[in-house]
Design a protein around this ligand. Structure first.
Ligand SMILES: Cc1ncc(COP(=O)(O)O)c(C=O)c1O
Length: 373
């Protein structure tokens, strides 16, 4: 049975992407050079950045590590806005390399507001500030545009993890004053995992040339000017070429609207089922819906029941393991996937003893999807 990946990544992959990935192309050819160049042009439009991007053969975490080893030197001060698993991960990576990490630890389920950031930056001078755009572990979205307006007044670099945000919610690196943005292939970009992509501002490049942390494979200077220092992920780059075509064909503004519409409808349907959302509603992300597991039920059981119907959803991470379930609605998601997921959720809950009027709720969801087409 074909699985429906309704997790906050990896996500569903369109057939055209899979087909493109199967092309047999050698990377040291004019043909691949042309594809690589075009992928970069499309990425620049999607990231909203003027400089070429670095494409690394690694998952998103590799991109986070690459940004640490390239932008910092030992002892540099970094402020991490830690809202969950991925904020903590960035702090952990930076600490390993001797960066002087200061963490603003935010209660899980909440994001950072500008005044809180301003207060931190008034107290201390930082070489860089890190924020997670969409904190996938908690379902929180930070307002990167507003946070960027604060950071730019303090002469610090702004590093943003957009692994689960790019291609789903509004982003423009240059306009949002983001110096380094790190994305991954397996979320809004609708590709399999394995590529991390980093955009870098001129200030970020200055920092790279001054960085003294040792590195080899992830030395971004080697990737400058579309250079491919090592064998690149040819099939992933081919897939990305196709997924970027799909994004451009549909229009990123329409895609962002679709994410919001699906998110609103899933959240509404879950509410009708009596489920409570985990994140504070002020910081709710459109890319996933994170829900408390109802009293007396087990997250594992809900996930297992849904899996029997071919629908994959995720549980909680870190301290939220067992406490929440997460439904992803990012990337390649059609209206019918939303209907199938909500039907699957309702019937799974009924099977394990949490009664809800699934038929009626699904009918409402179908009507809403139709009305808002
Ligand atoms: C916001 C965020 N950052 C970083 C990562 C890490 O990416 P990867 O699992 O590809 O290493 C993820 C993956 O779930 C993520 O959602």
């Amino acid at each position: 049975m074909e699985k429906l990946l309704m997790t906050p990544g990896p996500t569903n992959i369109p057939n055209d992407v899979f087909n493109k990935m199967s092309l047999n192309i050698h990377h040291r050819t004019d043909e691949f050079d042309e594809i690589y160049k075009n992928v970069n042009i499309k990425l620049k439009r999607l990231f909203g950045c003027k400089n070429d991007l670095a494409l690394l053969l690694s998952s998103g975490t590799g991109g986070l590590e690459a940004s640490v080893v390239n932008l910092f030197s030992k002892g540099d001060k970094l402020l991490v806005l830690n809202c969950g698993v991925f904020g903590k991960r960035f702090a952990d990576i930076a600490r390993i390399y001797g960066v002087d990490v200061h963490e603003k630890i935010v209660e899980w389920g909440k994001g950072v507001i500008e005044d809180e950031l301003r207060q931190e930056l008034e107290k201390e001078k930082y070489k860089a500030v890190y924020a997670t755009y969409s904190e996938t572990s908690t379902g929180v979205k930070n307002d990167i545009k507003k946070l960027g307006q604060v950071v730019k007044n303090y002469d610090s670099l702004f590093i943003v993890d957009i692994v689960s945000a790019l291609g789903c919610v509004e982003f423009n690196a240059d306009e949002f004053s983001v110096d380094a943005a790190i994305a991954g292939s397996q979320k809004g970009l609708m590709c399999p995992p394995g590529l991390s992509i980093i955009s870098l501002s001129d200030s970020a490049w200055d920092a790279i040339y001054n960085s003294t942390i040792p590195k080899f494979y992830f030395d971004l200077k080697k990737y400058k000017d579309l250079n491919m220092p090592y064998t690149p992920g040819t099939s992933l780059i081919l897939g990305l070429d196709e997924s970027l075509n799909i994004i451009e064909h549909n229009g990123i503004d329409n895609i962002i609207k679709r994410h919001k519409r699906h998110s609103d409808i899933v959240k509404y349907g879950c509410k009708l089922m009596g489920l409570k959302e985990f994140p504070d509603s002020r910081f709710n992300s459109e890319i996933l819906t994170a829900l408390y597991v109802p009293e007396g039920l087990s997250a594992k059981e809900i996930i297992k029941e849904m899996s029997k119907q071919g629908i994959v959803i995720a549980g909680g991470q870190g301290k939220l393991k067992g406490k929440i379930i997460r439904i992803g609605h990012m990337g390649y998601v059609k209206d019918e996937y939303i209907i199938k997921t909500m039907k699957g959720l309702g019937t799974s809950l009924n099977t394990i003893g949490y009664k809800n009027d699934t038929d009626n709720i699904v009918k409402q969801i179908e009507n809403m999807l139709e009305a808002q087409k």
